[in-house]
Design a protein around this ligand. Structure first.
Ligand SMILES: Nc1ncnc2c1ncn2[C@@H]1O[C@H](COP(=O)(O)OP(=O)(O)OP(=O)(O)O)[C@@H](O)[C@H]1O
Ligand SMILES: [Mg+2]
Length: 221
């Protein structure tokens, strides 16, 4: 006859109490983009969702975000442009030919823009190559665009990026830095990784976002 190992049973029960059965068994199901995710923490004020489109420079964030904004009548907030227009930087990083952000001023400005858009019952599509600087509560959907190495390389060459800047960005895409950053910064169910290699990919991504937004409005507005 088998004897019961009461110590193991006790440890199991204790762990179950502490962490919950789901996390112990890792049985969380991954929702698809057609399922509306739970509302973000402070979205009670919003009648339209806010979307973040992120990814390595050159993956197609601005092109995709402007299409999404146009189709849905959302406000497109291109963070790179905002930074330049308002001089939200503290200096320049000569080596990487990029600016050192003044995050506090940028975030204060964006917070106000998001609040104004919510007052106007308008959704916002934010596009930026970073995602961990924004408060989690701002977004209901985070789309991480990905591109194949050869496709991205050609786009960066076309832009006339320096060798250093090209290598840094290629490495960033290969190492999926932005995807990992998004997964670490937002709830798993709102982060979606999609390919952005061709115009068909872009069209498909825009259509999926449109459908997702319609579902979100039905469920949350
Ligand atoms: N899915 C795609 N299929 C074909 N071309 C694309 C696609 N996405 C973007 N492009 C093209 O690649 C170039 C870079 O796109 P875009 O400027 O939107 O990138 P980005 O992610 O906003 O870059 P950055 O972070 O530097 O602002 C543009 O010429 C754009 O038209
Ligand atoms: Mg851009």
């Amino acid at each position: 006859m088998q004897t019961v190992d009461w110590t193991s049973v006790l440890v199991w029960l204790l762990l179950r109490l502490l962490f919950g059965l789901g996390s112990l068994l890792n049985i969380q199901s991954k929702p698809t983009m057609s399922e509306a995710p739970p509302a973000a923490a402070d979205q009670t004020e919003r009648t339209r969702p806010n979307i973040l489109i992120t990814g390595t420079p050159g993956v197609g964030k601005t092109a995709t975000a402007s299409l999404v904004a146009e189709r849905l009548g959302f406000q497109h907030l291109c963070v790179g442009d905002l930074v330049k227009q308002n001089k939200f930087y503290e200096g320049k990083d000569e080596k990487f030919d990029s600016v050192i952000l003044d995050e506090d001023r940028l975030l204060d400005h964006m917070e106000q823009m998001l609040a104004d858009a919510a007052d106007e019952e308008r959704g916002v599509v934010v596009d930026y190559h970073g995602c961990d600087l924004f408060p989690e509560r701002w977004f209901d959907l985070v789309l991480v665009l990905r591109a194949k190495t050869d496709v991205l390389y050609d786009r960066l060459v076309e832009r006339g990026y320096s060798e250093t800047k090209r290598s840094e960005n290629m490495e960033c895409e290969i190492m999926q830095i932005v995807l990992d950053e998004a997964r670490a910064s937002y709830a798993e169910e709102i982060v979606h990784e999609v390919q952005s290699n061709t115009l068909e990919d872009m069209e498909g991504n825009v259509t999926r976002v449109e459908q997702w937004v319609q579902q979100w409005i039905k469920d949350n507005a």
